[in-house]
Design a protein around this ligand. Structure first.
Ligand code: GDP
Length: 283
């Protein structure tokens, strides 16, 4: 539908960042990290956001959770900031005669127009750390203009992307390399520090989890597994792996489970190192 493409981010009003407001409240030099959880549909973004935010709260960390998915019907957490207060997929379907997919695409674009409201709501939440659960279908966030626009315009710093590798999908080297390829494409859209998680690791036997994390830590092990693939898959995987190692992206994978909370300590230590030089978010 034509209407879906009427948005041009470059024509939009540029919102002037207002970093000093929050800086005054929280102390001028205080770091106020914001983390975006991203991954393919069903990779576990929302449940991970729920589990990690609960875990942080139990560790006495002051965290706010943002839902950026206008199409979600049910969330496993209560968001402090919710894009559904501003963008209504049902209304878009009705008003423009769109089907669910068209309305979702339009909604994803409209999120960018709500940046001022989202920024204000995040500031009102006044938390030390902000977790953002991004839209279910990753391409609606990462591969349209609105996603990078939102990540850039939200005034909090430092920022990080957290990319979820679904453990069940990543079980063979071909799928694993395809996922590396996707996550490199995501990195290329945002150019922010990116942490990689192996989500839902409770669903795999320990040996399989170790095999996948070994692929991440040790490219030789991955090359060996790739050599056992057949024909075109072997060629594709080998070439993608070489291309990714040439651009120097590191793929350390932290296994996590939103069901058992496995790996959350490791993940948090990594985040603290990247974002705050090892300091807690709330001291
Ligand atoms: P999203 O689309 O990326 O936000 O994925 P969801 O968080 O909605 O999760 C998709 C499905 O995977 C749901 O049925 C979740 O219950 C399930 N799921 C998510 N994380 C885990 C996990 O760590 N372990 C298990 N066993 N299931 C999970």
């Amino acid at each position: 539908m034509l209407i879906v493409y009427r948005y041009h981010i470059s024509n939009r009003k540029v919102i002037t960042p207002k970093p000093t407001q929050t800086a005054h409240r929280k102390g001028v030099n205080k770091k106020m990290p914001i983390i975006f959880i991203i991954g393919t549909a069903g990779s576990g973004k929302s449940l991970f956001t729920a589990a990690f935010s609960e875990w942080l709260k139990m560790s006495k960390q002051d965290v706010a959770v943002v839902n950026l998915d206008p199409g979600t019907l049910k969330l496993p957490y209560s968001p402090d900031v919710d894009i559904r207060n501003y963008v209504d997929v049902g209304n878009l379907m009705e008003k423009y005669g769109l089907g669910p997919n068209g309305a979702l695409i339009m909604a994803a674009d409209l999120i960018a127009d709500e940046i001022e409201n989202v920024t204000r709501d995040i500031e009102s939440a006044n938390a030390d750390l902000v977790l953002v659960d991004t839209p279910g279908q990753m391409e609606l966030f990462a591969f349209r203009a609105s996603g990078p626009y939102i990540v850039n315009e939200l005034t909090r710093e430092p920022k990080a992307m957290v990319y979820l590798f679904d453990a069940v999908f990543s079980i063979n080297p071909f799928n694993y390399v395809s996922n590396m390829f996707l996550s490199a494409a995501v990195y290329n859209r945002f150019f922010q520090p990116q942490v990689h998680l192996l989500s839902k690791c409770d669903l795999l036997p320990r040996k399989e989890v170790e095999k996948i994390t070994d692929w991440a830590a040790n490219p030789r092990a991955l090359e060996d597994s790739i050599e056992q693939l057949e024909g075109a898959k072997r060629l594709f995987s080998r070439n993608i792996l070489h291309a990714i190692s040439q651009i120097g992206l590191k793929f350390m994978l932290i296994p996590v489970s939103a069901k058992t909370n496995e790996g959350l300590i490791n993940f948090n230590t990594t985040l603290e190192r990247i974002l705050t030089g090892g300091e807690k978010y709330t001291s």
